[in-house]
Design a protein around this ligand. Structure first.
Ligand code: ACM
Ligand code: ZN
Length: 707
């Protein structure tokens, strides 16, 4: 009897341990990867329906979030209750004295308790996110392996930007964006609220801004072509909605930084109040993309008062310690001819010097004046890196977008800096080399791997200067992004890579891309769960037929009579017959770029051969001034000196309604025997409907094949 009992117990124990082992397991290797994860061999903590989340004072909302997340993942909300010294369950604690840094947290997992301590509620919230991301999507119970996590952010400022001006994104969409930021441990949301193409924030003192400025009566078709649709597009956020949004974000420990972009990118405001501009208009809410010449009149005192009033209402709504006042892409052509602006220059005693024009200094005057308005209310201004042109006050934070150079200069000049370079962090660029398979976007090529390589602390700066780099941010401009669904696709998973830079490690040499991709797989499960749209290229790297079949030209001696543009010379002429084809990224080094001169290549076939066919590829990226060639010709020679033409091809210029991409051109001729082949490819001039009208178009050519 006794023996039977023992055996039964033994069997039950076996069964039980088998059960725990088979429980779905949490995995703390989340995104962003915590700084330190230590695993301890012990019976795991079991998360069950009965598990309670205890919270110390001030952490009620954090506890609720954890309960909601468990419900999302496992279909069961955990009970939450104030901490009462209980030792079983999950405990959220606020222990500022245990930490030296804001937003830091520790998690200790023992067989009976998960203790999450934070330096502040934000730290606890990030710890809750780590727990959330570590959990499998499964039914309870779940096993949490024992161990310890120590974690803190590398950068105090961790942001994404969104432009709801080019295409309006409704309030619910913006809330989802904030959810996405919170999931990635980001704490700042840069909300770009004014543009040439639409004003998006209700300003009580200036109702025309939203009555008129929030709507445009059509949008250019294609890439700034000649045709427009006639669909009225727009929308705006009421102050009440924005206050609700501020609250929503604050609960998720995200601060909203409003941007009023000035003195350029103001055409929607000018359309609302034409007296704001130098010419007095009339203006319309812009239907094109790009940079409008019509900007705020810096010499008109009522215009300056308008900006001050707007900023004050903005600060009434947004408690943000940072207020973004733009400053990018402000053409000075109106100011140069405006009597008021010129009088202001005289009045202020502004003089041009060898570095900057009087109008550049006039912009500094505007930016510094608005910085004072903002600083008077205890806030700081952020501006795009153009505001370094002139004598901007050192208190302004510089957002480096035209590469990292502006940020480097700013840090040397004593400014705090946010790194957001287009080269690595403009998430409005393509994620694939094959745009035919992608929703259309502004162009370029910025895969997750390139984001992951970003080095936010430039080596050019001393450690002391590097302390000025307070944060890292990615931007999503929406000229070609017409829905929030598409915004999500552009954001993820590039924002996973960004999150690791911001939070885990600023040193790209200490990051492991393959391990990162593995961690992304669980994030993708979460994205599916939350119905987020995301790009999947990293999970199934695309395999291109990147090579051309060997032909008479492959790897033969080749030289160029005209050198390519220095920036796009890659490794030289051999790019053209190395057997490897360029895709859409003109920066890939697989293309040679020529500007203002033809491609003129001579290939030595090394022996006399019979040929009747030459083929080459060229790129079209109209936004980047890259057009198809205008003309191609093939010449042959027996001695490499005397050439005779055997074929030529006229190529009509591509139009805005034609797709950009990678095109093949072929020249076929009567079979001819020759040893040397010369290929000449000429450019078009940019057409009248292009911003660069009057300049030559670029040509980008790759792989020349001869058969
Ligand atoms: C910008 O992309 N114009 C800041
Ligand atoms: Zn003016």
């Amino acid at each position: 009897m006794m023996r039977k009992h023992v055996i039964l117990l033994f069997l039950m124990a076996l069964l039980l341990s088998a059960c725990t082992e088979q429980l779905p397991q949490a995995n703390y290797d989340v995104i962003p990867l915590p700084k330190e994860v230590k695993r301890i061999e012990a019976k795991p903590f079991t998360l069950r329906e009965q598990t309670v989340v205890y919270y110390e004072e001030g952490l009620h909302r954090e506890a609720q979030f954890l309960s909601e997340y468990v419900n999302d993942l496992m279909g069961y909300p955990l009970a939450t209750t104030p901490f009462n010294g209980e030792t079983d369950g999950i405990v959220l604690r606020l222990v500022p004295d245990d930490f030296t840094q804001a937003e830091a947290y520790d998690i200790t997992i023992t067989p009976h308790q998960v203790t999450l301590k934070g330096s502040d509620p934000a730290g606890v919230f990030h710890g809750v996110q780590t727990l959330r991301k570590s959990l499998p999507i499964a039914h309870l119970p779940i096993a949490l392996p024992c161990g310890q996590i120590h974690d803190w952010p590398s950068f105090a400022y961790r942001a994404m930007h969104l432009d709801p001006c080019r295409h309006f994104m409704d309030l619910d969409s913006v809330k989802i964006y904030i959810d996405m930021l919170a999931l990635h441990n980001m704490n700042q949301f840069h909300f770009h609220l004014s543009e040439d193409q639409g004003w998006r924030i209700e300003i009580k003192k200036y109702p025309e801004l939203t009555r008129v400025g929030a709507y445009r009566n059509g949008t250019v078709i294609g890439r700034n072509g000649r045709l427009y649709d006639t669909i009225r597009h727009g929308g705006f956020y009421t102050q009440e909605q924005l206050r609700e949004l501020v609250q929503y974000a604050a609960e998720r420990h995200v601060n909203i930084i409003p941007e009023i972009d000035l003195p350029g990118h103001m055409q929607a405001a000018l359309a609302s109040y034409p007296w704001l501009g130098c010419t007095g208009g009339p203006y319309e809410v812009w239907k094109r993309w790009g940079v409008s010449d019509d900007v705020l009149c810096a010499g008109n005192e009522p215009t300056m008062q308008f900006v001050e009033d707007v900023l004050n209402e903005v600060m009434d709504i947004f408690p943000s310690p940072y207020i973004h006042i733009g400053g990018d892409e402000c053409p000075k052509v109106r100011w140069e001819r405006c009597p008021k602006c010129q009088a202001k220059i005289k009045e202020l005693g502004i003089k041009a010097d060898e570095r900057f024009s009087a109008e550049d200094y006039l912009q500094s005057y505007v930016m510094n004046r608005m910085a004072k308005v903002v600083e008077a209310r205890g806030r700081r201004v952020i501006g795009w890196d153009e505001i370094l042109d002139g004598n901007v006050s050192e208190t302004a934070i510089i957002m480096s977008w035209r590469g990292t150079e502006g940020g480097i200069e700013a840090a040397r000049r004593g400014h705090d800096v946010i790194m957001a370079p287009a080269s690595h962090l403009y998430f409005d660029y393509y994620q694939s080399e094959d745009p035919a398979t992608e929703p259309s976007c502004v162009g370029g090529y910025l895969p997750v791997s390139r984001v992951y390589e970003f080095r936010p602390l430039p080596r050019e700066l001393t450690p002391e200067q590097q302390k000025h780099i307070i944060g890292v941010q990615a931007n999503i401009w929406t000229e070609y992004i017409t829905s929030f669904h598409h915004v999500e696709y552009m954001a993820m998973p590039r924002m996973d890579a960004l999150a690791e830079i911001q939070w885990n490690n600023p040193d790209p040499e200490k990051r492991d891309f393959d391990a990162f991709v593995e961690r992304c797989r669980h994030m993708a499960e979460l994205y599916d769960l939350y119905h987020y749209n995301y790009a999947k290229q990293i999970f199934s790297p695309q395999v291109y037929t990147d090579t051309v079949a060997p032909n008479l030209a492959t790897h033969k001696p080749i030289y160029l009579r005209e050198q390519p543009n220095e920036q796009y010379a890659s490794t030289g002429a051999t790019v053209l017959n190395d057997g490897e084809m360029g895709r859409i990224a003109y920066t890939s080094g697989r293309w040679l770029g020529f500007w203002g001169q033809p491609l003129d290549a001579v290939i030595d076939l090394e022996q006399t051969a019979t040929l009747n066919h030459v083929r080459f590829r060229a790129l079209v990226n109209k936004g980047a001034w890259i057009y198809n060639p205008s003309h191609a010709s093939v010449l042959v020679s027996d001695d490499g000196e005397n050439f005779r033409e055997v074929a030529q091809l006229d190529i009509p210029i591509t139009t805005w309604l034609d797709k950009d991409g990678n095109f093949t051109y072929e020249l076929t001729f009567e079979p001819v025997a020759a040893r040397f082949v010369e290929v000449i490819i000429k450019d078009h001039m940019l057409p009248e409907d292009h911003d660069g009208y009057g300049y030559p178009a670029w040509i980008f050519v790759d792989e020349i094949e001869i058969n």
